[in-house]
Design a protein around this ligand. Structure first.
Ligand code: F6P
Length: 538
């Protein structure tokens, strides 16, 4: 039996043995559990001790990671090898955030020089806009940036802005992603075109939603400012010729490279709007935090490697214990969008059913991810987490020092984060509930009716990630942590984490349906689809 098959078989056995285990019992059985399952990396503190796994299970998983070639795959990733085989590309987002002089090569071609030049251009542009040296067509300084993009060209910048934005920014940043015209209409509302820059971000510059919104925003600018409005247009794309053809002045088109995946692109000029609205230094500090995590990922042994350990915790739940869903709950309002960011990162990267070689996968791949900010989520979906029929592991994120507001409220927030992790693990036994009801003087019949309702089974695993504060370095490290953990999972599953063919069919069909909605000839459809199209045309 090849080494990986034996490692997978060992995982399956470990999962079966763990299924009936009480997590809380493991702390007595494993006195060094906290040390073994606790990690620090690039300013992130990670506690994986409230997972169902034992130390022996971790050994099984680490052996699986080794047998799957995680170390060699990581080295190939950093070496700029073609890890995205179906598109024939490296995936070298780490080069974008590496310090100057890092010397990365993509497919054998040196890239760090171009990356550094691009960063210098971004810095110069951001500083010119912020200082007022670069102004709008009427001579007014820019007070607002409207960022247009979708998917990887939207989720990262939106997350960063919400995480790091000043309470009263010098430059307001707004976003429009959806082709639903309502989003752009709301984004433009109240803005003065003479003071507004429109940054269109699209790796391909072919995305229907983004081009539709960019055309509307351009018309809005031109309607107010005439042809001079084009000075307000900025674009970021790996297809700069298309952006210029759209009307963006050549010196306002920022390029990036096909070896940067869309959902890994925040470190490139895709972050330009954030660099303008937050200041380039904030962006550079994010780079530094992510680069520190990159170093950790490259250098730490698998047993102490944060992205690897987090991947293994998630993999134990997915493949050892058969749990297809994971919740992500940041106890930080400023990280409210992190679950949405992770949905693309993890589900677009690892939502695959065939291996990189095209064979059906032998094991379940990406879990579905959902979540919302704590404490809000507690009042929405936590009922199911505590007492539902499925066990849904949770990643809990918390920030010790809040960025603003009442410290007493921050303490309440943290108390909730800690208490939920404890409650999910420990639960509440029937005996406990009964004793409480008896002490409260309830009668026997009432007690027996209430006990099952008020019992919590517990053993809902959590990973707890603590940030001392939500600064740019830690935000950069946090994003890089999940990028690499997603990569590690992909390696173990044997899939290509860097392509996304699954999004293509819907795009093709949407353009066909659009033709029909606009009066073109009817296509061949199933009866339900044909009826819907007819209804929408009526
Ligand atoms: O949803 C598919 C996708 O290709 C994503 O991978 C990407 O981030 C998004 O569309 C936007 O693509 P683009 O940046 O080319 O407009």
């Amino acid at each position: 039996m090849p080494e990986t098959d034996a490692a997978w078989a060992a995982l399956s056995e470990a999962g079966q043995a763990a299924a009936a285990r009480r997590i809380a019992d493991l702390f007595a059985a494993e006195p060094d559990r906290l040390a073994r399952f606790g990690l620090t990396a690039a300013g992130l503190e990670i506690d994986l001790s409230k997972q169902t796994w034992s130390r022996a299970d971790l050994d099984v998983l680490t052996a699986l990671a080794r047998a799957s070639g995680v170390e060699a795959a990581r080295d190939r990733l950093f070496a700029g090898a073609v890890v995205n085989a179906s598109e024939g590309r490296p995936a070298l987002h780490m080069a974008l955030r590496a310090p100057d002089g890092a010397g990365f090569s993509a497919g054998g071609t040196p890239v760090s020089g171009e990356v550094e030049a691009s960063r210098a251009a971004m810095r110069a542009f951001a500083e010119a806009v912020r200082s007022g040296a670069r102004r709008g067509a009427t001579g007014k300084p820019f007070r607002a940036v409207v960022h247009i993009g979708i998917g990887g060209s939207d989720l990262g910048p939106r997350l960063i802005w919400e995480a790091l934005r000043p309470v009263d920014p010098q430059i307001e940043l707004r976003f429009a992603a959806n082709v639903d015209p309502a989003e752009l209409a709301l984004a433009l509302t109240g803005l003065d075109p003479a003071e507004t820059m429109v940054v269109t971000v699209s790796k391909t510059f072919t995305t229907q939603e983004t081009l539709t919104n960019a055309e509307t925003a351009r018309a809005w600018l031109r309607g107010a400012l005439g042809p001079a409005a084009d000075a307000h247009l900025v674009a970021v794309s790996a297809a700069p010729d298309k952006a210029q053809a759209f009307g963006v002045p050549a010196d306002q088109v920022f390029g990036f490279w096909d070896w940067v995946g869309g959902r890994y692109s925040i470190w490139s000029a895709v972050g330009l709007s954030c660099a303008v609205a937050l200041g380039y230094d904030v962006f550079a500090r994010m780079h530094a935090g992510a680069a520190a995590l990159d170093r950790h990922f490259r250098e730490a042994p698998l047993e102490r490697n944060a992205p690897v350990m987090l991947a293994l915790a998630h993999l134990f739940n997915r493949n050892g214990l058969g749990r297809p869903i994971r919740a992500v709950v940041p106890y930080a309002q400023r990280l409210r969008l992190f679950p949405a960011f992770l949905q693309q990162l993890e589900m677009e990267s690892n939502g695959k059913r065939v291996t990189a070689q095209g064979a059906p996968v032998a094991h379940a791949t990406a879990a579905s991810v959902f979540g919302d900010a704590g404490t809000n989520g507690q009042h929405a979906f936590f009922q199911l987490l505590h007492q539902g029929t499925d066990i849904i592991p949770v990643d809990i994120l918390a920030v010790r020092r809040g960025s603003e507001g009442d410290p007493a409220a921050q303490a309440k927030l943290l108390a909730n984060a800690v208490a939920q992790a404890e409650a999910l693990m420990v639960g509440r036994s029937a005996d406990d509930v009964r004793a409480e009801l008896e002490a409260a003087g309830r009668d026997a019949a009432e007690i027996e009716a209430l006990v099952p309702q008020r019992t919590f089974p517990g053993d809902r695993p959590t990973s707890f990630l603590l940030l001392e504060e939500l600064d740019p370095e830690r935000l950069g490290a946090l994003i890089a942590l999940y990028e690499h953990k997603t990569f590690v999972e992909g390696v173990i599953w044997g899939i290509n984490s860097f392509d996304q063919w699954g999004v293509e069919l819907g795009k093709t069909l949407a353009s066909r349906v659009l033709g029909e909605l606009q009066g073109g000839p009817a296509g061949a459809h199933d009866p339900s689809t044909a009826a819907l199209i007819a209804r929408l045309k009526a």
